[in-house]
Design a protein around this ligand. Structure first.
Ligand code: BES
Ligand code: ZN
Length: 617
């Protein structure tokens, strides 16, 4: 679809005092978008007052969403809604007619509400249904403590509309207040100012003062505790995990300081992490003030905490400066991977940073290869019209995005590049950018002033990886490969060679097994390093993948893979393993496990695996 810019009808003339020049300032100008029914140029939400009851018995959320709106002489406001029961709607406190449009499998339905041109607020009385895609209701057995149920939401990319009727486009920005009632033994936390202890009556009040995009509204409810790391960082987790989580994330404050030193002040006051039950479908989700994280990040030695650096980096790239549409998703993720790796470099040095970058570089290679029949999917700027925005959530946005920025950095020099990024975040704070806005900003503020020519268009609008890509090397990885070959050639394993290895070296070592590796070799390596029982989830995952690839069944690895797939719902991990079964013509084995595991998965993961395995419900 051709991108069109609709100018807001209301044009305000403003005067620039410095040079007396008149400028047209449009109060808003939202671009047309494929993944929302909202028409924000006509009438738009600005603030949400949410008042809800979380009902664990019925597994529904019920309540009222009241919006303060801005109306440009329109007689209706259009929201997004999917699998929500709407009881009635009020405009400024009086019942008003509403209608639901045709149902679309991806987008849900347009909720059209009659308003007057002076309507200030609309209130929607609603409840969620058992089809909701954002919510995952967990029973006690699915939690760490196994004593209380748990609920969490996942909004990105277009799921917030399945638990709150809303204008669900990343271009929308709203502040919100919420009152949430939960069973009194549980605590509720949101992407907002949060409680640190439980209340007696189970009622919690939240405030998000900074305007955020709807995909960043989030709620978690469970029997959780809080433990501060510093006066502005800390962790929420279930009792049995709180100390482990606290120790694992003890560098959080240092990460925030490193990030601020790079690209400007942290604008969200508080940076906390909540460790969720293992079915959480992502490694992390950058909900403002409260990152949601998988427990699989807790390795016991801080070795997987680049994930925290990643979600923290989104406080700038994503939450502060937001992709205008899901076609511009690389602006969120590519910048965030770049920023994550810079934080890791600041804290732990260049070697570690380059290893992370190189793993991403290898993932990118594989992703490009996987898309060889769909080269358009390897462009940074995508066209996801009639597709689920999830289809763009792959290594292209992340790792090609990173490689582009790293290549640019090497071309212009770090000093200039950092100054540029800092000003980009500052200038665009609390607003949204399209890929084209970014290109303009880049040309005007970095390339033209320094007379630098760069193949920006090729990087962004062409498939594949341009030839001028930065070359990432790691001595540590070369060493890991060498040691692997010594082990294989000598048929002996010397554990002293690997004692200081990071997760990245292990991952590289395992992913480099030759096609011809024998079961005896794998058993020898497994016996020496106990990889089948690794407590590092990333190492376990790549090891399991190799076990599937090479028909290795030693040390009860099969039971461990099955247990892992049943317990963990992190999509990246489980899809890697199911994909390995499929690639090796073992779909039956995959399905046998999936049948047992599926009920534990969040809809995001289940949808991906249903499609991959052609699973019939
Ligand atoms: N924002 C993403 C997760 C996401 C993307 C959810 C698109 C839904 C749609 C988050 O920041 C992320 O990238 N998570 C990664 C972390 C990793 C790259 C360190 C993950 O979950 O694996
Ligand atoms: Zn991310």
């Amino acid at each position: 679809m051709k991108k069109q810019t609709f100018l807001y009808a209301l044009i305000v003339l403003a005067f620039n005092c410095d040079n007396d020049k008149k400028e047209d300032i449009t109060t808003s100008n939202y671009v047309e978008e494929a993944h929302s029914f909202a028409q924000p140029n006509i009438s738009v939400i600005k603030h949400l007052d949410l008042n809800i009851d979380v009902n664990f018995d019925e597994k529904i959320i019920e309540g009222i969403a009241t919006y303060t709106i801005e109306n440009n002489d329109a007689s209706e406001i259009v929201l997004d809604s999917k699998f929500i029961d709407i009881d009635r709607v009020e405009a400024d406190g009086k019942d008003t007619p509403f209608s639901l449009g045709n149902f679309d499998e991806q987008l849900g339905q347009a909720l059209k509400i009659n308003i007057e041109n002076d309507t200030k607020t609309i209130s929607i009385y609603y409840k969620t249904t058992n089809k909701t895609e954002a919510l995952q209701w967990l029973n006690a057995q699915q939690t760490a403590d196994k004593t209380h149920p748990f609920l969490f939401t996942q909004g990105q990319a277009i799921l917030t509309r399945t638990w709150i009727p809303i204008q669900d486009s990343p271009q929308i920005r709203i502040t919100y207040n919420a009152t949430v009632k939960v069973p009194s033994e549980l605590m509720a936390v949101m992407s907002a100012e949060n409680p640190k202890t439980k209340t007696n009556d189970g009622v919690y009040h939240f405030k998000m003062r900074q305007p955020i995009s709807p995909y960043l509204i989030a709620l978690a409810v469970g029997d959780i505790d809080y433990k501060a790391v510093s006066d502005r960082t800390g962790v929420y987790a279930e009792k049995s995990l709180i100390d482990k989580a606290h120790a694992e994330f003890s560098d959080m404050e240092k990460m925030v300081v490193a990030a601020e030193n790079l690209y400007g002040n942290y604008d969200w006051d508080q940076f906390d992490v909540i460790v969720l039950p293992p079915s959480f479908p992502f490694g992390g989700m950058e909900n403002p003030r409260l990152t949601f994280a998988t427990p699989t990040v807790i390795a016991g030695d801080k070795s997987l905490t680049s994930l925290i650096a990643h979600e923290l980096a989104h406080s700038w790239s994503g939450n502060l400066v937001t992709n205008a549409t899901w076609n511009d998703f690389w602006l969120n993720e590519g910048f965030t991977v770049y920023f994550e790796i810079r934080i890791m470099e600041a804290l732990y040095g260049k070697d570690r940073a380059n290893m992370i970058a190189l793993i991403g570089r290898q993932d990118l290679e594989e992703e490009v290869e996987g898309f060889k029949d769909e080269p358009n999917m390897t462009k940074l700027k995508l066209d996801l019209t009639n597709k689920n925005p999830d289809d763009g959530m792959n290594s292209i946005a992340y790792d090609k995005g990173y490689l582009f920025l790293r290549t640019l950095e090497e071309k212009v020099g770090r000093e200039k590049f950092d100054a540029f990024l800092k000003s980009y975040f500052k200038t665009n704070a609390f607003s949204t950018v399209t890929t084209e806005d970014f290109i303009d900003y880049l040309n005007t503020n970095l390339l033209q002033p320094n007379a630098i020519s760069f193949n920006v268009d090729e990087w962004i609008y062409q498939p594949g990886i341009p030839k001028n890509q930065a070359i990432i090397v790691s001595d540590k990885f070369e060493n890991a490969e060498r040691i692997l070959h010594v082990f294989l050639d000598t048929k002996a394993v010397d554990v002293s060679q690997t004692k200081d290895w990071t997760t990245q070296e292990w991952v590289h070592f395992i992913r480099n097994f030759p096609e011809t590796i024998t079961n005896d070799d794998m058993k020898r390596i497994d016996d020496a390093f106990n990889l089948t029982h690794s407590t590092n989830s990333h190492i376990a995952m790549v090891w399991f993948e190799q076990a599937i690839n090479h028909d290795y069944h030693g040390n009860s690895v099969d039971q461990n893979i099955e247990a892992f797939l049943i317990r963990v719902g992190r999509r990246w991990y489980v899809s890697t393993l199911y994909k390995a079964y499929k690639r090796n013509n073992k779909v039956d084995e995959a399905l046998a496990i999936y049948k047992k595991a599926r009920a534990n998965y969040h809809s995001v993961t289940a949808n991906t695996i249903d499609e991959m395995l052609d699973y019939k419900k």
